[in-house]
Design a protein around this ligand. Sequence first.
Ligand code: SER
Length: 881
Amino acid sequence: MKSHQVRESFLQFFRQKGHTIVPSASLVPAEDPTLLFTNAGMNQFKDVFLGLGNRPYTRVADTQKVIRVSGKHNDLEEVGYDGHHHTFFEMLGNWSFGDYYKREAIQFAWELVTEVWQIPKEKIWVTVYLDDNEAEDLWGSVTDLPDGRVVRFDEKENFWEMGETGPCGPCSEMFVDLGPEADPDFTGDPRDGINVSDRFREFWNLVFIQYNRDQNGDLHPLPEKHVDTGMGFERITAILQGVNSNYKTDVFLPLLETISDVTGQPYFDDERGAPHRVIADHIRCLTFAIGDGVMPSNDGRGYVIRRILRRAILYGKRLGMDTSFIFNFIDPVIEQLGTAFPDVIPRRELIQKIVQSEENRFHQTLDRGLDILNTSLDRIVANGDSTLDGERAFELYDTFGFPLDLTQILTREREIAVDEQGFNDKMEQQQERSRAAWRASGGKGQDDQILGEIFKEHGPTEFVGYHSDSATVEVVAIVRGQEIISKAIAGEEVQLLLNQTPFYGESGGQVSDLGTIEGQDVKLQVLDVQKPISDLIVHTCQVVEGSVTPQMVLTAQIDTERRQQTAISHTATHILHSALREVLGTHVGQAGSLVEPGRLRFDFSHYEGVSSDQLQQIETSVNDKIRQNDVVQTKVMPIQEAKDQGALAFFGDKYSDIVRMVQTGDYSTELCGGTHLQITGAIGLFNVIGESSVAAGTRRIEALTGATAVQQQQMDSALLQQMSNLLKTQRSQIPDRLKKLLRDNHQLERELADFKTQLSTTQTTDLTQHSVEVKGINVVAQFVENLDRNGLRNLTDDLKNRLGSGIVVLGTGTKDNVSLIVGVTSDLTPGIQAGNLMKVIATSAGGRGGGRPELAQGGTSDLEQAKSAVSKAPQLIEDLI
Ligand code: SER
């Protein structure tokens, strides 16, 4: 059976059992800060399990893209060294939301495995949780699993949890016995081999979700019981293809072959092939993670991706690859998996560019880092030590881009450990610095627990703001800090929850509405509106007058001007998105946005800077569409229908099954919950004001809209007019005029410099003519025209050169700011020191000074005294020597 047939037969089987087949969710978990990457098929249904969300079906199945490289489920170390762990894999799964439970879950699994796939029954073993008699009995009664094949295990093996918190429950796992040749060392009772020996390969996990684990680690029963199953697609494919490693299936073989072709290194299916296997595994992970919008970066998900790519590069180096090459493998991955996960197809080129530029970047420091590391390791070995210090590991990370695990791969080979604590301390110090910076920039965090309670009790807030600006609302709850309160009085700032609201909560990049909520004798000013839990709209308000209590009925009124200005920016954002795709290509996808009154910021995937020509084309295209005055239509429909119509979705956003589609003219169709204009003409004007880079492969455009754009144009125009008046020329001539002025100015500066040089030569000549002799030494002592310190020093040097041997005393300056200088040629310094001379002269001038034997400087604020001190200098010198 080919791998695609395995996938299809799984989905087909569950379709026949009444399951809705849904697409894989993004690898970036939507709205779940507890997870870095989607790590199980059930993630997208977490809210259903917790009773916080609904779906229009109770039975569902899919194949889910999964990454397991951090947190509770982390398989990174095994990857490439055994045949069945991966950073990225597909997880086939079926779910019941309060519908069927253990009995049917077991029946379905048995039927698919033994009847459809025909895995011989006598090869199957099953595990259940310690006290799960029910599951053990069911395996006996609803299947014909041979007797004695159920083994019990504790929490570690048979209690499944998504992470530290969240839905969980006992599970039952299915194993296949691959026969004694799979592990010749194991000879005992098969019951002792389960979860121990490679001979028994686990392939399907049936989880009976019935608890939620909270932050304190306590279990709370869920209102309903659910089924959550997961089966590694690559593993079951290996089993069905009768091979003992996932890398021997048609999922990996073509990829391994391409790796051999590109690197020129043959593939062996033993330890020698580990680099090929690691690269094959990692490139699948990179393709789909970047495809789902994760850009390599220095923290969070982006850093995980960077680490994986750098590991792949290191393994590539072992195959002799010194320049970028991994990007070549994206094509075969997409060719193979594009049908199952079509979202990746339009991003092919972008993914290639990003991988290649990351590769190039790391190659720039890789060799240097390896040198440094090897020198350190040689020294450690020579000293008979066995640990690389944390500081060096951190330097490798910080300066040469070596993730810790990469350094560890390299040190382990020489049996040297890394001082992880030392590394972490250094890292912690660096992070504390950036956290402080983040706090200083006003970052905020919200504890959702209390709002979760309110949501459970009262359900979602109905948003009525698409069609009206005001509404009669009822106060559902009032929260102050972490407390639900029964009354808020004038002066207090509280969070207000209403049964319905016309206020748009900040989301999808669009800022919130502001406005007022009022009733008889009570008035609240709305300061901010957020949606910390989907569909729960929380109004942060200041009570301005009177007091507010739950159940009060009030009138909520949004600031309509702000709403209109925001709608202008939001509709403009959609048009900009379509213009970017038109001008730059369809690989452009939204990576983030900020939509506010009068301005917008749009981040998008693109691998190079946008040229000014392209920017102009984009701006023109948007303004053309504004003048076309196209209709903006919003429709609510099933997600599949919207996708069929080509609607663009934002990376990582979670969409329910029923979505809102915003269509502008015939060029823009997006899934969007924002508030929009009805016609594009209302935007008036769109002006790009900036283009920049935000991260590797992500660019940002900033623009002004509507009245703000007009104001900006007026200001620019006034500025031009002012320049034209000042320069006394037509606007169109300003650049030429400025160029000429700059040229003239440059010319004048040069002439002035020449003139100054001439002047100083003349002055030097003049001054030497005024030299006097004091005890056989030539002395020039003069007050000169106002010079700056540099000029004075240069003049002194010139005079010393002219005299050959002698002393120079000069003064210059204005009424209350006089500089003095004394220079002594070096032949005289053994006897006469400029510093000493300056002290005497400066004192006599009522000021201070000092310096080295050959040159001393001083100053005073008395011009007359300074002049007399300078003229008396020959006398002072005579007294001194
Ligand atoms: N959530 C379970 C797992 O990931 C079953 O799907 O193993």
